[in-house]
Every structure is written in structure tokens, then in C-alpha cells.
Design a protein around this ligand. Sequence first.
Ligand SMILES: NC(=O)c1ccc[n+]([C@@H]2O[C@H](COP(=O)([O-])OP(=O)(O)OC[C@H]3O[C@@H](n4cnc5c(N)ncnc54)[C@H](OP(=O)(O)O)[C@@H]3O)[C@@H](O)[C@H]2O)c1
Length: 205
Amino acid sequence: MTTTNQVSSMSASGPSRNVPTVGQKRLVIVGATGMVGEYALRDALEHPAVGRATSIGRRKLGISHPKLTEVLHRDFADCSALAETLSGQDAAVFCLGAYTGAVSDAELRTITVDYAIEFARVVYLFRPAYIYPVEPRKEPNFSYRLLRMIYPAFRVLFPNQVIRADDLARAMVDVAVRGTGEPQSLVLENRDIRAMVESLQPLRR
Ligand SMILES: NC(=O)c1ccc[n+]([C@@H]2O[C@H](COP(=O)([O-])OP(=O)(O)OC[C@H]3O[C@@H](n4cnc5c(N)ncnc54)[C@H](OP(=O)(O)O)[C@@H]3O)[C@@H](O)[C@H]2O)c1
């Protein structure tokens, strides 16, 4: 999962519900039909510093919002068609991904590595440990079903090995909006992500 803020150049437009006001950011969310991406999009739409959120994905979201623009893109191996969409954006939160076992190993690498590299080259790479699905979902496999069941004890015993999906999304959107002050690519481990969330608000249970 990545956040990039290498794209810039915000146009200063007049105040309107649909157009970012001066100082507001234009944010792209990739993979907003997924668990983490959906929270990231929700956060971006509610964030006062975000004037426009552009969702890029292969499926329709089925929602509308005055701040939301939706772009359908089927093949993330080739993002050249997205050049126009990405110009003038301030940052992107990349939540596109797949689970081990759901696709072949080669496909998993293509989706989680190649697509991210094709999309952006200067990134903040988020490396969460166990992402707790706040809202029940169809778990990808048995280990995720088990982790969900033992989460109340697991998070007490190993706090640095868990992060809630909504907290992770919040940290990603916050980094996209504010940056980290670091001039180059950065890898953020679960512990760093938790610290980041805690600096915004107390971590939720
Ligand atoms: N849960 C954990 O504990 C955990 C921990 C560490 C890392 N992760 C990783 O975090 C990532 C995101 O997790 P999540 O639960 O939010 O995933 P998710 O709910 O499965 O969402 C994945 C997103 O990626 C999109 N996508 C998948 N394959 C695609 C493809 N070939 N082309 C275009 N879009 C594609 C999906 O689009 P569609 O809706 O169209 O399918 C969806 O928007 C995953 O890679 C996961 O392995 C998870």
C-alpha cells in the first residue's frame, strides 16, 4: 500500500462545493472498492483539507458525492491512459492489492509490486501487519478468520502487530494530505503507522 505525493501543481479556483478552494488538496484513491481503500475514500471525502477526491479503479463504486470524481481503469499494468487524470493532483493513496492464495504467486507480485511501480515511483510505502477489518467481511482464508476471532486478545498481547483498517486508511490519507517532511521514499512499518495514528487521535480498540 502506498501513498505518493510526487504529483503537484494545484490550480487556485474560486470557492465551490465541487472545486477545491485555495489550499485544499486534490487526492487520488486507487482501489476504493476494497476494504482499506473504501475507508481511505471516506476519510478523503470528509477531510476538510481535501477539495477533490478522484477514485481510480476497475469497478464502479456505486456512490456519488460532490467532491468525488470516478475514473474507471481496467489494466494497471499500463497507466499511460491515466496521465491526464493524474496531472494537477497533489497526492495518491494506493490501496489496490490482492491476498496470498486468492491469485497465483506471479499474479500477486504483478498486482502488489508491478502495478504500484507502474503507478508511481516516489512513494511512502505502508507495511501494515494484521489489518483488523472493522466491519465484518468475507475473510480471504482461514488464518484471517482465526485472526479476526482472536483479535481482542491478540491486540493486547501484540499491539504492534495490528492496525485497524480505518486507522490505517486515516494515516495514509493524512500522509497524502500533509506529507511526512521526508524528501524521499519512505517505508512505514506497522509500529510507525500506529504512532502516526496516535499523533492524530487516540488509537481505537
Ligand atoms: N488484511 C491484512 O491483514 C493485510 C495485511 C498486510 C497487507 N495487506 C494487503 O493490503 C492490501 C489491501 O487490503 P484490502 O483488504 O483493502 O484488499 P481488498 O479489500 O481485497 O481490496 C483490493 C482492492 O484492489 C483492487 N484490485 C485487486 N486486484 C486488482 C486488479 N488486478 N486490477 C485492478 N484492481 C484490483 C480491488 O478491486 P475490485 O474491487 O475490483 O476487486 C480492490 O479495490 C492487499 O494487498 C492485502 O494483501 C492486508
